[in-house]
Write a protein that binds this ligand. Structure first.
Ligand code: GUN
Ligand code: ZN
Length: 436
């Protein structure tokens, strides 16, 4: 049985602020540190020697020598039903949806299929160090009901929603404004705020929702102010043109959501690649966050996200894998691609900035600062043990490196699930890498 108090010892790394604005002042690195965990929460942290002297006698102590302990990763945009069609060849967004995504999503009419995929999906997240995700289900309410059931059994902090779409997609995947409203309402009543689960109202994107359905989304948000809202915006140029033709009276793409009353804190927009200054200002005004999904943006050829511009405008940005438009569940690999997306625009992205977006930045985008995303007293003990020498190449590369940023950068560029030694959720081991 797990003892009442547990202690994790290793090199602690997290953020106390935003390194895009505060540089290395925002980085908190404690070599040979320790976290004290009771009832799933961090109750103390500090130098290992001090912590062991104060708490060691009555605690179960786990030592990770030369390993980094970081907050659990936060994936702010991912699609449960696209797990089994990741890495589908040759299309850009609109044809990719019709060729691959929609047919795959039809399978989720079967609840058993949804349970099976949810098990795989959540295990894959944990294997990659991701402890919280903002997740799209399908139009079928049973897809989300199954997902929450599996996530609850694992004790995870997860946010998800049933897709709402009532046009411009196959008939089998359509709901109506009334049906979408009622099914979402029932899921909110059943799951929102239960254990560590939360609901997100989920209109897929402007082309697949009628103005009446967007009004139904607004009603759900007004009636349930603590739920999330997730959708897509300005990902692909053909999509942007399509939105213009479908909503000719809207000033721009984001105005469709703004006019429908869907932009607020706890609204997360995926992509935002082709946004005007007015749209960026609109995000700022409404406290709406953007999920940057670089593996997806490159894989389905959508474009280059201007992360630095968003930071200059003080937009809350976090990372998303966007599986299966995205090509990896790993937020380390997602950083790898984010770095290259900046390089292609003549800009830099530090490893500290990348890890921030994956931890505290994610928590801020989801309005969960103080709950997850930091190794802070009072936070839930969701954390990841990273093995910087997990592969022969990393080991070889790091032999000569002592400086923290250089080491972290190599780890994040070359790393993937092989670097995740253990994943903890509420202080319990939920993933353990096979012994090498
Ligand atoms: N836009 C609307 N639906 C989707 C989707 O499933 N994936 C991506 N990447 N973009 C979308
Ligand atoms: Zn997406």
């Amino acid at each position: 049985m797990q003892s009442k108090t547990s202690i994790l010892c290793g090199d602690l790394l997290d953020f106390t602020g935003n390194p895009f604005h505060q540089g290395e002042e925002a980085v908190r690195f404690q070599p040979e540190g320790a976290l004290v965990i009771e009832q799933g929460k961090i109750i103390a942290r500090g130098p290992k020697a001090e912590i062991l002297a104060n708490y060691g006698a009555q605690a179960e102590v786990t030592e990770f020598t030369d390993k980094l302990i970081v907050p659990g990763f936060i994936d702010t945009h991912i699609h449960l039903p696209q797990t089994q069609m990741i890495a589908s060849y040759g299309e850009q967004l609109l044809t990719w949806l019709t060729e691959y995504a929609f047919p795959e999503e039809m399978k989720f009419a079967d609840r058993d299929h949804a349970v099976k995929v949810s098990e795989f999906f959540l295990n894959e997240l944990l294997k990659n160090g991701t402890t919280t995700a903002l997740v799209f289900g399908t139009v079928h309410p049973q897809s989300v009901d199954a997902f929450f059931q599996v996530a609850q059994a694992k004790g995870l902090r997860m946010i998800a929603g049933k897709v709402m779409m009532d046009r411009n997609c196959p008939e089998e995947l359509q709901d109506t404004p009334e049906q979408g409203y009622l099914e979402s309402k029932q899921l909110i009543e059943k799951w929102h705020g239960v254990d560590r689960l939360a609901y997100a109202v989920t209109p897929r994107f402007a082309p697949t929702s009628s103005p009446e359905q967007l009004q139904a989304c607004k009603q759900l948000l007004e009636e349930n102010p603590s739920v999330y809202m997730q959708t897509h915006t300005s990902e692909n140029l053909d999509e942007c043109e399509w939105v213009k033709s479908l909503f000719p009276d809207a000033e721009d793409y984001l105005a469709v959501y703004e006019n429908a009353g869907l932009l607020r804190k706890k609204s997360v927009l995926a992509h935002g690649i082709h946004m005007s200054q007015r749209e960026i200002d609109c995000c700022k005004e409404h406290d709406t966050a953007i999920a940057h999904c670089p593996t997806s943006n490159l894989f389905i050829g959508s474009g280059l996200f201007d992360l630095k511009r968003m930071q200059e405008n003080h937009i809350e940005v976090a990372m998303g894998t966007d599986v299966g438009g995205g090509s990896s569940f790993s937020l380390l690999q997602t950083f790898n691609e984010a770095y290259k997306v900046q390089q292609l625009q003549g800009k830099k992205l530090t490893a500290f900035e990348g890890l921030y977006l994956t931890t505290l930045g994610g928590a801020r985008a989801l309005d969960l600062e103080g709950v997850i995303g930091q190794l802070e007293i009072g936070c839930e003990a969701d954390c990841v043990v990273l093995d910087p020498k997990a592969t022969p190449l990393l080991d070889f590369r790091l032999q000569e490196v002592s400086e923290l940023h250089e080491k972290l950068f190599a780890l994040m560029m070359l790393g993937d699930d092989r670097c995740i030694e253990q994943t903890y959720s509420l202080g319990k081991v939920v993933y353990q890498r096979d012994v090498k």
